[in-house]
Ligand binder design. Structure first.
Ligand code: PGA
Length: 246
């Protein structure tokens, strides 16, 4: 399983170092398990250094801009995040789409830029509550997936990670049931046409629901915001999913 921690707009560089020191001894490397951390851009370098000794840990950016360099004040290119130690990046997170107004085509450009720059995209897709209630979940998710992967080679497609994150479940305490999530994961898997791509679930994952979500064969991992900010709490979530927690 992949356990991805999206720290959003939290944790300074020194807090990231403190996190790593507390967390790493609690979660020993295990075959078949990858840990990924997505700190803010300013904490990338500190996090990459703090986790460097662990081959089972990836560090990635929360977002990138698609242009390689130039006069784009406030933006961060793939080369800049690579230079700070990132090897992967979230792209199309619902907060980028719905707070910052990113379009499907913006997401596609970012996916393209990440592959061109040698960074693995963790592509986020998910429907809003009104879309779910209108029966549009699969249509919305597959539209986002199709738009973002348009033009990729099959070799690139197989290096993608997809995260299904229903917007109504993010930070709300409401999570999709394992069955609901599994149904969407199956639709994504069918559309991708490959078993190589891990499909993560995200949206109010916590220590109480992670084992049930993780036990579904359709769910290859989790992408977690709130419950990943505290090192002891996040270690507990990871260990519970593997049945080794208290
Ligand atoms: P949450 O966030 O775990 O706080 O719901 C998940 C995410 O936005 O990736």
């Amino acid at each position: 399983m992949i356990f991805a921690a999206n720290w959003k707009m939290n944790l300074t560089p020194s807090e990231a170092r403190v996190f790593a020191r507390a967390f790493l001894p609690l979660v020993v490397p295990r075959a078949g398990r990858t840990l990924a951390f997505f700190p803010s851009a300013v904490a990338l370098e500190a996090a990459a250094a703090a986790f460097a000794a662990r081959g089972d840990v990836l560090v990635g950016a929360q977002d990138v801009y698609w242009e390689p360099k130039g006069a784009f004040t406030g933006a961060t290119s793939v080369a800049l995040v690579r230079g700070a130690g990132a090897t992967c990046a979230l792209v199309g997170h619902s907060e980028r789409r719905h707070v910052f107004g990113e379009s499907d085509d913006d997401t596609r450009r970012k996916v393209r830029a990440l592959f061109d720059g040698g960074c693995a995209p963790f592509l986020c897709v998910g429907e809003k509550l009104a879309e779910r209630e209108a029966g549009l979940t699969t249509a919305v998710v597959l539209r986002q997936l199709d738009a973002a992967t348009n033009g990729l080679s099959s070799a690139e497609l197989s290096r993608l990670v997809v995260a299904y994150e229903p917007v109504w479940a993010i930070g709300t305490g409401l999570n999709a049931t394992p069955e609901d999530a599994a149904e969407v994961h199956l639709a994504i898997r069918d559309a991708l046409g490959t078993d190589a791509v891990p499909i993560l679930y995200g949206g109010s994952v916590n220590k109480g629901n992670v084992a049930a979500l993780g036990s579904r064969p359709e769910i290859d991992g989790v992408l977690v915001g709130g419950a990943s900010l505290d090192p002891l709490g996040w270690a507990d979530v990871v260990n519970r999913a593997d049945g080794s927690g208290s």
